[in-house]
Design a protein around this ligand. Structure first.
Ligand code: ATP
Length: 261
């Protein structure tokens, strides 16, 4: 019998999933994505994205490896140093970690901006409402009065005083085209993605190869611990971080089940 035979896939509420289940995190994640689709927050394609992520997380051992933790600390330092940090929210992010993204925004002084691949006014509004239900005050992304260069019209829409003007952007679970276009705008890009070979982490200044449900609370914990750090200390953390090493360590863990770390 496999793990999935022990818990029905269509539980009404995630509290019904036993915490000691060997694939607990995966079941929670799937349940939240399904609920997101039902609520009009997550596109059906988000389920496929989640499936890909789930396979990589299985191979990572569903844990935050040391290089991912180092990346999460560097991400916290970047966000604290930033003049205009923005956290980008898509349908999967909103379904999986709404209150956690609000907590990270609070801990770092960042703005939240809804930014969708499959953009409809209804989904934008549903996500903004969902974030407000989870404690957000201001949600950007509805104005869409600026464009990211080198992307097709609909996919490029952002707020002029949000992602467009940001110096540091957190873009979790992002598609490669947009991550590349943001990279070309010379922003500091922090990407959360379980596939280290995907284009988004490959172009990121800080690639975080970890499940978003672990990564975001960990970045927030680091940001809180660094709240009183001076600029020199934060800059040292940023400079110490080695993006190539982080990508290699994650790939090695996924391919072999071990790391040198
Ligand atoms: P590319 O970046 O080359 O366009 P892709 O087409 O696989 O790659 P998308 O499907 O747009 O990218 O993005 C989904 C990405 O998010 C995948 O790389 C997937 O591994 C990752 N992902 C899915 N669920 C999670 C999660 N819970 N936490 C972190 N990453 C995730």
């Amino acid at each position: 019998m496999n793990d999935y035979d022990t818990v029905s896939a269509d539980v009404e509420h995630e509290d019904e999933i036993p915490e000691d289940h060997p694939r607990y995190q995966d079941l929670i994640t799937r349940h939240r994505i399904e609920a997101g689709v039902e609520k009009g927050i997550t596109h059906l394609q988000g389920m496929h994205a989640e499936g890909r992520g789930s396979a990589f997380d299985y191979l990572l051992g569903e844990e935050t490896i040391p290089s991912a933790d180092a990346a999460e600390r560097a991400a916290a330092a970047h966000l604290l140093l930033a003049d205009r940090p923005v956290l980008s929210i898509n349908g999967n992010v909103a379904a999986l970690v709404p209150s956690e993204m609000v907590a990270l925004a609070d801990a770092t002084g960042a703005d939240l901006e809804v930014n969708l691949f499959n953009r409809t006014p209804e989904r934008l509004q549903a996500i903004a409402d969902h974030l407000r239900e989870h404690g957000a005050d201001e949600v950007k992304g509805l104005e869409a009065d600026a464009h990211i260069p080198n992307l097709d019209h609909e996919r490029s829409k952002v707020d002029a005083d949000g992602i467009y003007a940001a110096d540091v952007v957190l873009v979790p679970l992002e598609d490669g085209d947009r991550a590349e276009a943001l990279d070309e705008m010379d922003k500091t890009e922090i990407v959360i993605d379980l596939n280290p070979l995907s284009r988004s982490p490959q172009v990121a200044d800080v690639p975080i190869v970890d499940n978003i449900i672990r990564a975001v609370p960990t970045i927030t914990e680091h940001a809180r611990a660094l709240a009183d750090a001076d600029e020199d200390e934060l800059r040292a953390i940023v400079e110490e971080f080695d993006r190539e090493q982080a990508l290699e360590a994650a790939e090695e863990r996924i391919r072999t089940g071990t790391t040198d770390e």
